[in-house]
Ligand binder design. Structure first.
Ligand SMILES: Cc1ncc(COP(=O)(O)O)c(C=O)c1O
Length: 449
């Protein structure tokens, strides 16, 4: 229990952890040995007891510019003082329009309209709703089917959960949305293990869409949603040619293609968006996380001009899209977003990620051969390291132990997905810090052998 007396030098933290039901957390284990954070600066978190923890996760794929950036903090403070809240329905703030223009400028040409929400989950659900509405207003109301992918993650709304393909995230929640189907995952360990960048094998996984079209009929399918690199399932880069193939097939059948770039957006793969890296133009891109460097909740969708324009008909006093959130384009999030995009531009962080990719890939790949390492995948400034489960009925335990050992014994913050360790550090990382993280990960892997 922490000393809460006024003259205590300890950082004040609650001494009763019971009331908070933590999200996606092993609550009982956490409360026995909490991992409590009190500060963050650049590449590090500071724990409540003053330890410095190197961040190999950008928080949660969010803080691409590193932590504690004064420019962002000042922009937030200034905005909160000037205009704390403004209704986004029927009213607007200049910063929202400016941020939308800046985001559209970063996106591939043709994706020109930005719709704001507050998270990646809302972004996924919004994109799916726009797809359905677009077909409805275009006289193709029979197109209601949504296609996701096995091992996909699109947040936790009912839409995102339905098109998502991680079984543990789905199985507690009943029948979810009707009329959803899934493409196969793009991963085959036998053919792809220990690949840096996009695997040679696997473009043909996109062809399964032709089978789904054959099964359901193209005129029933509204949209396909995929992550260009599946992140939350454990870092699965798209196989070479896969996304292009998916674009060809969707285009051929009038199906919209949505890239969920909540993780891959804002530099993670060395470009503003992964769509640019792969030279594929989807109909919509979702984003969140990195848009504000994690400093304020914000998400959004960048929409193709033709889709947006299709809604701009009918009487001018009428609402064109009956969708939105009280906190869409929140002033504080817009201020954080503008300051964040300035930093990305001024420090050329997307290019930095691109330049560091080979060194990062080589460094992480050096962990091959350590105990229980079944596969390592790297792409951009991201890596997934699959560890063998401790036993068939203990799937996820070795990964969990690794995360705990990293934090408590090695001053390292890791993300885990089951038994996969995900490394996804801020793009400001130095080459020395890449070495430091890889060395610590090596120690953690040995510690959980
Ligand atoms: C690809 C993708 N989509 C959606 C989400 C959900 O974002 P949020 O947690 O902000 O709702 C995530 C979160 O990790 C994600 O990785």
């Amino acid at each position: 229990m922490l000393d809460k007396s006024p003259d205590s030098t300890a950082i004040n933290v609650p001494n009763d952890l019971a009331a908070l039901w933590m999200p996606f957390t092993a609550n009982r284990a956490f409360k026995k040995a909490p991992r409590l954070l009190a500060g963050a600066k650049d590449m590090h978190y500071i724990t409540v007891d003053g330890r410095k923890i190197i961040d190999a996760a950008s928080g949660m794929w969010c803080s691409n510019a590193g932590h504690g950036r004064p420019q962002i903090a000042e922009a937030i403070a200034k905005q909160a003082a000037a205009l704390d809240y403004a209704p986004p329905f029927q009213f607007g703030i200049p910063q929202a329009f400016e941020l939308a223009s800046r985001i559209a400028e970063l996106a591939p040409k043709g994706l020109e309209s930005v719709f704001f929400c507050n998270s990646g989950s809302e972004a996924a659900d919004t994109a799916l709703k726009i797809a359905l509405a677009y077909h409805q207003i275009s006289g193709q109301g029979s197109r209601t089917r949504l296609i996701g992918r096995v091992r996909g993650y699109h947040g936790v709304g009912f839409g995102g959960t339905s098109v998502g393909g991680i079984v543990n995230n789905r199985k507690l929640y009943g029948s979810l949305l009707a009329g959803v189907d899934h493409l196969p995952a793009t991963y085959d360990r036998e053919k792809q293990a220990f690949t840096k960048g996009e695997p040679e094998y696997g473009a043909h996984f996109a062809d399964e869409l032709e089978n789904l079209v054959g099964l359901h009929g193209a005129n029933t399918i509204a949209a396909v949603i995929v992550e260009p690199m599946a992140g939350s399932t454990g870092v699965l880069p798209a196989p070479k040619g896969y996304l292009k193939r998916l674009r060809e097939i969707t285009q051929k059948h009038g199906i919209l293609l949505i890239f969920d770039e909540v993780i891959t957006g804002y530099g993670r793969l060395g470009h503003a968006f992964a769509a640019e890296r792969y030279g594929v133009l989807p109909d919509m891109i979702t984003f969140a996380k990195g848009v504000t460097n994690g400093a304020a909740p914000m998400g959004g969708i960048i929409v193709r001009d033709t889709i947006h324009d299709a809604f701009m008909t009918g009487p001018e006093h009428a609402v064109e899209l009956t969708h939105g959130y009280t906190y869409s384009a929140h002033p504080i999030a817009c201020a954080a977003g503008l300051a964040t995009l300035d930093i990305y531009r001024d420090e050329k962080l997307f290019e930095r990620a691109k330049n560091l990719e080979p060194k990062f890939g080589d460094a992480v790949m050096s962990l091959k051969g350590l105990p229980n390492v079944l596969d390592i995948r790297t792409v951009g400034l991201t890596a997934g390291i699959d560890l063998a489960p401790r036993a068939a009925d203990l799937v996820g335990k070795r990964g969990y132990d690794a995360m705990v050992s990293a934090f408590h014994e090695n001053d390292l913050m890791l993300r885990i997905a089951g038994d996969t360790l995900a490394l996804t550090p801020p793009l400001i990382i130095s080459e020395d810090q890449i070495g430091e993280i890889v060395e610590k990960v090596g120690k953690v892997i040995r510690a959980v052998a």
